[in-house]
Structure formats: C-alpha cells, structure tokens
Design a protein. Structure first.
Ligand SMILES: Nc1ncnc2c1ncn2[C@@H]1O[C@H](COP(=O)(O)OP(=O)(O)O)[C@@H](O)[C@H]1O
Ligand SMILES: [Mg+2]
Length: 262
C-alpha cells in the first residue's frame, strides 16, 4: 500500500478526571491502513486515549479529526452516526446479550441503527461468522461458546458496518495464547485488506505485528517506534526486537526521577 493519508489526527488531547489530568496534550496521527499498537503500564492513559480519539469520551481540550472531519464540530447524533458507520470496537470482554442467539447478537446493533434491511444484515453476519470460523455457533447462545469464540463473535459484530478503522482495547487480554493468536491473525488480515487498526495491548506478540508501537507513561506518548510492515518473515527476530525495546521503555520509566518528563 502506498497511500499515506492521515485518517486520525489528534492534537493537544487533554483529559482531566476530577481535577486530575490523565492525558497531557497528546498528539497522535494515524495513517490510513496502519496497524498501531499502544502500550505502557496500567493507568498510563491508553484506554482514555482510545476513547477520546474515537469520540466515545469527551475531551477536556484538544482536537480530533477523523477522516477529515473535526469531531468537535459534530452534534452528538452526528458523532454517534460517524462511529457507527466508520468505526469498529473490540474490547477485552465481549458484552453479549444472553437471551439472544449469537447470530442475533452480531446483527442487533446494526439492525437497531437501521444500517440495512434485516435479511441483508443476517446474510452479512452469517458471512462474517463463516469467515471467523464461528458459523456453527450462529443459533447457539452465549454460554455455549468459549472465550476465544466469543471474541471472534465480538469482532464479527464490530465488522457489521464495514468500518474503516478498528479500535481494540486489549482484545486479546483475556484469551489464552492460542485463542489470542487466532484473534490477532484475524485483525492482521483485516489490516492487510486495508482496515486501519489501533490496538491497546500489553502483549508483545501483538506489538510485534504492528507497523508502529507507541509507549505511554503518565498520560503522554513517550516513545513512538516505527518498525515497518509485518510480513510474517523473521517472526522471532521481530518479537525479540520489540520485547527489548519494551524492556528499555520500562527501564527508563522506572529509573526516571519522580515527576520528570521522560
Ligand atoms: N471514568 C474515569 N473517572 C476517573 N478516573 C478515570 C476514569 N477513567 C480512567 N481514569 C483514570 O485515568 C487514568 C488512565 O486510565 P486508563 O486510560 O484506563 O489507563 P490504561 O488503559 O492505560 O490502564 C487512571 O489513573 C484511571 O484511574
Ligand atoms: Mg485500559
């Protein structure tokens, strides 16, 4: 891919909760088709960054432009529409309704939003479930699927609107390594097809797949590692390199004098 349009352009993002600043004038540009991993210790602001750039949470100050649209200029309704039609979200834990079969869970948000007629949505959901290897679970309910299968169902639901960007908050965080690997392969495939992917993660395996790894400390992006496109070649070397880099970031963070900006 040769395009390098900025799809997400966040400037000076500041977020304060109860007088405490948890994002400090963060700038983040994500290019179309990039796969970005956001890492850093617990409480460093990774989730808050994800939620503010996607308009799920409000900013204290700063601007976010998504696909050329300034989120701050949109009404709540327009913002909800933009999220619904262009963004897909995957969380650590999938929240599914227990009284619906899994196919209906995949379809429901798109149906409620009136994205397309029910029949078409059913077909789309069935196609996605086929692709994610969970087609046989369509008529089952939540209690009949494993954690890895549920996460794949959650990805199907996130893809119903054919999003141009997928945002994940530790999407593999609750999975064993085999299931995590499968979910990561799926996200990697989507990215290879052109979907921009931003993943908050603690997992170096996820980071090894990314084009770029950001490291956050105390509400700031303190390091931005460009590591080139993942091709599948030299998987171990890439994993070792990013692990060493992460160790270095951890070391800098813990050795920095209290209150200093790294
Ligand atoms: N809704 C909220 N109300 C108050 N504080 C919050 C809220 N959400 C997050 N925080 C605080 O903001 C900081 C960053 O949180 P978060 O973005 O969840 O970090 P991370 O995802 O890196 O673990 C933490 O100190 C957290 O306690
Ligand atoms: Mg978090």
């Amino acid at each position: 891919m040769t395009t390098s349009t900025t799809v997400l352009d966040a400037r000076g993002l500041t977020k304060t909760f109860d007088g405490r600043t948890v994002l400090h004038e963060v700038d983040l540009q994500v290019r179309d088709g990039e796969l970005v991993a956001v890492m850093g210790p617990s409480g460093s602001g990774k989730s808050t960054l994800l939620y503010t750039v996607s308009g799920m949470d409000t900013l204290t100050s700063g601007t976010v432009s998504f696909a050329g649209q300034d989120l701050g200029s949109l009404s709540q309704k327009q913002l909800a529409r933009l999220r619904l039609t262009t963004m897909g979200f995957v969380f650590q834990h999938v929240h599914l309704l227990k009284n619906l079969c899994l196919l209906d869970n995949v379809v429901l948000p798109a149906y409620l939003a009136g994205l397309a007629p029910r029949e078409e949505l059913n077909r789309r959901a069935a196609g996605l479930m086929e692709r994610m290897g969970v087609a046989d679970l369509a008529t089952r309910d939540v209690s009949e699927a494993s954690g890895g299968q549920l996460q794949r169902i959650g990805i199907c639901r996130a893809l119903m609107n054919e999003p141009s960007i997928v945002l994940g908050d530790e999407p593999t965080g609750a999975l064993d390594s085999a299931a995590a690997g499968e979910v990561l392969d799926i996200l990697g495939e989507l990215n290879a097809e052109g979907t921009t992917v931003v993943l908050v993660t603690h997992d170096p395996t996820v980071a090894a797949r990314a084009d770029r790894v950001l490291y956050m400390v105390d509400g700031r992006i303190v390091a931005d590692r460009q590591q080139g496109r993942y091709t599948g070649a030299d998987r171990e070397g890439r994993h070792a390199d990013v692990t060493a880099w992460l160790t270095e970031q951890d070391r800098r963070r813990t050795e920095a004098p209290l209150g200093s900006v790294v």
